[in-house]
Design a protein around this ligand. Structure first.
Ligand SMILES: Nc1ncnc2c1ncn2[C@@H]1O[C@H](COP(=O)(O)OP(=O)(O)O)[C@@H](O)[C@H]1O
Ligand SMILES: [Mg+2]
Length: 251
């Protein structure tokens, strides 16, 4: 059993308005996991994932990164636990792809040559080098997602959080992003991905947490839970349905 990297302890958060929130959630994440946080709209995925890098403060309970409450050192938390937001436009602030990727390092006070080296390496890795002088607003949806990942990856995080990464992406961009998440996990980053669409990553996930009404309704291996998804309002992936008849194959 590897040591947990993140521990979520009795976490609760309710909002001033409405009945929504998350309620008494506890689980641990170890460094090599690829966790899908599945659940229908409003089940609490975004609220939970925003607690994992300290964007929200809990009403009660806590999140620990390697044993320390993440709220105690938010600069370290944001570096070690990176978040890819659902809408990449909300994350982009730089005038060029290069500046956008350099932003976090500049805030941390890195020297210029070191920034250039780290950014170049990260842009290469994400196949964005040829776009380094482009204004981010001119990028395609898939390129914007990769840029958001670049801005996080350049900080060398240990955990990468994705909130609905496949929203508004076409099939090739979805496949490419799923491949990238798999690669990042294999390279040693823990992944937590909130998604109502598990299909693109069902083969890569090591664990699924199914959320319902702000609580974790199921927590287990993908092969054990895939048949339970639909009862919690999440579409079962086509790839798990044997004998699928797509029509046109009858004699
Ligand atoms: N800022 C907010 N104010 C009031 N209620 C909210 C707010 N954000 C989320 N909620 C409510 O909390 C619940 C969980 O929302 P959310 O975490 O966004 O779910 P998901 O990401 O699974 O769609 C929902 O009932 C939602 O309406
Ligand atoms: Mg959400």
């Amino acid at each position: 059993m590897t040591c947990p990297i993140l521990e979520i302890e009795n976490l609760s958060h309710s909002f001033e308005q409405g009945e929504g929130g998350i309620f008494d959630i506890s689980f641990s994440i170890s460094g090599n996991e690829f966790i899908l946080l599945a659940g229908k709209n409003g089940s609490g995925k975004t609220t939970l994932i925003r607690h994992l890098n300290g964007l929200l403060r809990p009403d009660s309970g806590q999140v620990l990164f390697k044993g320390c409450n993440i709220q105690k050192n938010l600069t370290r938390t944001r570096k070690k636990v990176g978040m890819i937001f659902q809408d990449p436009d909300t994350q982009i602030i730089g005038d060029t792809v290069f500046d956008e990727t350099a932003f976090g390092l500049e805030n941390l006070g890195f020297e210029r040559p070191m920034i250039r080296e780290k950014v170049s390496r990260t842009l290469d890795r994400l196949d964005l080098s040829h776009l380094k002088d482009r204004n981010p607003s001119t990028l395609s949806g898939g390129e914007k997602r990769r840029l958001a990942i670049a801005g996080v990856l350049v900080m060398e995080p240990e955990v990468i959080l994705f909130d609905e990464p496949f929203a508004n992406l076409d099939h090739p961009s979805t496949q490419a992003l799923a491949g990238l998440a798999r690669e990042l996990n294999r390279a040693g980053h823990a992944i937590v991905m909130a998604t109502h669409d598990v299909e693109p990553v069902i083969r890569d996930a090591t664990r699924i947490l199914i959320m319902e009404n702000g609580r974790v309704a199921e927590d287990g291996r993908p092969d054990a839970l895939v048949k339970k998804l639909e009862s919690h309002g999440v579409k079962e992936p086509w790839s798990s349905r044997p004998g699928l008849d797509l029509g046109g194959s009858r004699p």
